[in-house]
Design a protein around this ligand. Structure first.
Ligand SMILES: NC(=O)c1ccc[n+]([C@@H]2O[C@H](COP(=O)([O-])OP(=O)(O)OC[C@H]3O[C@@H](n4cnc5c(N)ncnc54)[C@H](O)[C@@H]3O)[C@@H](O)[C@H]2O)c1
Length: 318
């Protein structure tokens, strides 16, 4: 199996690459090649090839997805607050870039599996709670709009038989390793990650703020399981919510304290940030995965797991 991960230098792409390398097989066949392609050269990753690719450039996309590619993970994107602040860049990368990848997949003529990382940001507005797979998409940001369009394109390219497509609406991935990013949700990792590294962090919302979360490790596992599901089991709706769990900020902090003791929580400063608040207050949190659970994808058991995964996998490199 020849697998290409676009956005392979990002947090989810790196976790996915590690997962795939460790298992060595995919859909019952050996993995022969994993290529990590990203606009910034991905870090050298054992067992993977790395290359630069700009998904907005069709020639660059064609070079990253050669003939013989079996599976394409489309994770490359700019994230929520970035796409909100830079409207044109969001449309160019998240929408035109997605189109360029889909067109390349179609041009292969071999119906590759294509996995698109959508987001719970496709939901919002006046839809009733709880949010399920069947709730109308009503994004309240440009990023959510770009993801919603991407999902629909994946659905249509699959309906036409150009790809074996599937789209998963990722919960907020926490805790992310590395540095804060331009996602409006960035604080949902940094209020834990920075204190665990002995640094201060700012929390722009109150302790009762609820949200829908998944660990990077389980996200990568779900992306593999979701790609391995037989096409005939997907049914007519190929876009679905990836499992996650709902926690308040206080529950995240309590989980950190349970695992790492009381010290880190003292490094959190509570400070309002209206621009971030404006975006995240529009997000839905009462979210229930349905089809993906039936297909064998999973949520973390507890947020303490997320903290432990970070300490095991990422703390030395953070
Ligand atoms: N992390 C989350 O909480 C979350 C939640 C919902 C959806 N998602 C989606 O999951 C995917 C992966 O998220 P992540 O957390 O790893 O994000 P990330 O920012 O860590 O990774 C995205 C990668 O895409 C790359 N990229 C940006 N523009 C590109 C371009 N023009 N061509 C090629 N590569 C480009 C970036 O360099 C980056 O390495 C994204 O599509 C994101 O929208 C993430």
């Amino acid at each position: 199996m020849n697998i290409v991960i676009l956005g392979g230098g990002g947090v989810v792409g790196q976790k996915l690459a590690q997962n795939l390398c460790a298992r060595g097989h995919f859909k019952g066949k050996s993995i022969t090649r994993i290529t990590l392609a990203d606009i910034v050269m991905p870090p050298a990753t054992a067992g993977c090839d790395t290359m630069i690719c700009d998904i907005t450039n069709p020639a660059s996309v064609a070079a990253a997805i050669p003939a013989g590619t079996d599976v394409i993970y489309l994770l490359a994107a700019i994230v929520s607050a970035h796409a909100e602040a830079e409207f044109e860049a969001g449309m160019q990368i998240n929408l035109q870039g997605t189109m360029a990848v889909l067109e390349r997949a179609r041009a292969l003529g071999t119906k590759p599996t294509l996995v698109f990382s959508s987001s719970i940001a496709v939901f919002g507005g006046e839809a009733p709670n709880p949010i399920t797979d069947h709730v109308v998409l009503n994004p309240q940001t440009s990023y959510g709009t770009q993801k919603a369009i991407g999902e629909m394109l994946v659905q249509d390219y699959a309906r036409k038989g150009f790809i074996d497509g599937r789209a998963f609406r990722l919960p907020t991935i926490s805790m992310r390793p590395g540095k804060p990013n331009r996602a409006a949700s960035s604080f949902m990792s940094s209020i834990l990650r920075e204190p665990l590294n002995g640094q201060e962090a700012i929390c722009p919302v109150g302790p009762e703020f609820p949200h829908f979360y998944l660990s990077p490790r389980m996200c990568a596992e779900n992306l593999v399981r979701g790609a391995e599901v037989a096409e005939e089991k997907l049914g007519q709706n190929r876009a679905m919510i990836m499992p996650g769990r709902i926690w308040t900020i206080q529950q995240l902090i309590d989980a950190m304290t349970a695992v790492a003791g009381p010290g880190p929580a003292k490094l959190i400063r509570w400070e309002s940030q209206p621009e971030i608040e404006r975006i995240v207050m529009g997000w839905r949190w009462d979210i229930r995965a349905g089809k993906s659970l039936e297909l064998g994808l999973e949520a973390d058991e507890s947020f303490q797991d997320n903290i432990r995964y970070y300490l095991e996998d990422d703390l030395p490199r953070a």
